[in-house]
Design a protein around this ligand. Structure first.
Ligand code: ATR
Length: 293
């Protein structure tokens, strides 16, 4: 698609932002559907955030993705925030709807769609979620509405119990929080159906670390790690080794992007094209699934 006077712009803002996979993913999707939209990355410092949002408004950008460190701060510069993003306290996607800037959070939906697309259905299941940071919170909000039982374990246990209390009140579902200790992990895993790692344990360069010892993993467990660098974390490799079903972090990244794409365009996202573009970019950065690149 040639850039011309009618080309619309979407962008990701963050600091740092140069390694973001969003530009290649979304540009591939816009091209595939023949949409006259381009997607770029803007490095925006904390001090520049207010002006950046004001600029996006003046320039008529169609949409934005928001990444670290602006997901929370950006909320005060928007006209509206959808109820999920409001409850989570973080925005990762903005739609410019004819001058009205609306904030969304697509991380939780992205994670739950990734599970479903891999044949893992949350109804009547117990999910064990590790972590209580920004990403974990987004997943917990969505999961609490879909699973039968949710248990959140975190190194700093108060963060997990506080989040669990909030979700219990909000959704009236069985949600429990606790410490990410060996004993609690062992106990909770016995009855868990789905395990999601939303801590940063196992992320590059600590690729030999896993939040869960191999001997606690079972064949009938579904394991998702939201880390996508490395593409296959130690947790994912261990889970595969015991015959468990696994979902890679790239899938959550892909589907949170797909949800954002649909918010901006009202078109179903061509996820295969987006996935291929993301994998190619990761390969350029030296991130590959061993033996498959
Ligand atoms: P993100 O936005 O990616 O979720 P974050 O908000 O900084 O990042 O959250 C990181 C998560 O990883 C937190 O749950 C953190 O636990 P704490 O709340 O106790 O800090 C967890 N985490 C980071 N390093 C960890 C480690 N070595 N062991 C266990 N959990 C860890």
């Amino acid at each position: 698609m040639a850039i011309n006077g009618k080309t619309r712009v979407c962008a990701v803002i963050g600091d740092p932002v140069e390694h973001s996979l969003s530009p290649v993913m979304h540009n591939a999707a816009f091209q595939k559907l023949g949409l006259n939209i381009v997607y770029v990355a803007f490095n925006v410092t904390r001090n520049g955030l207010k002006d950046a949002i004001s600029g996006a408004r003046s320039l008529g950008l169609r949409g934005l993705n928001v990444t670290m460190p602006h997901k929370k701060a950006v909320m005060s510069y928007l006209d509206e925030t959808d109820s999920t993003a409001e409850a989570i306290g973080a925005v990762n996607t903005i739609l410019n709807n004819q001058g009205t800037l609306i904030g969304y959070n697509t991380d939780g939906k992205g994670a739950m769609i990734a599970l479903q697309e891999n044949g893992i259905y949350p109804e009547e299941k117990k999910m064990l979620l590790l972590g209580a940071g920004g990403a974990a919170k987004a997943i917990a909000f969505q999961a609490a509405q879909e699973v039968e039982e949710l248990v959140i374990l975190n190194r700093t246990s108060e963060k997990a119990t506080k989040l669990a209390e909030l979700l219990c009140k909000k959704f009236g579902k069985k949600v429990k929080g606790g410490a990410l200790s060996a004993e609690v992990l062992k106990e909770e895993l016995k009855t868990a159906d789905i395990l999601v790692n939303a801590t940063s344990v196992g992320m590059n360069p600590d690729v030999n670390m896993s939040p869960v010892p191999l001997d606690l993993l079972r064949r009938d467990l579904c394991v998702m790690d939201i880390i996508y660098n490395p593409l296959e974390t130690k947790l994912v490799k261990d889970a595969k080794a015991v015959g468990a079903k696994v979902v890679l972090g790239l899938e959550m990244l892909l589907y949170q992007g797909a949800v954002a794409f649909e918010i901006w365009t009202n078109c179903p996202a061509p996820v295969d094209v987006m996935k291929k573009a993301a994998l190619n970019k990761l390969a350029e950065q030296g991130v590959t699934v061993e033996g498959k690149s």
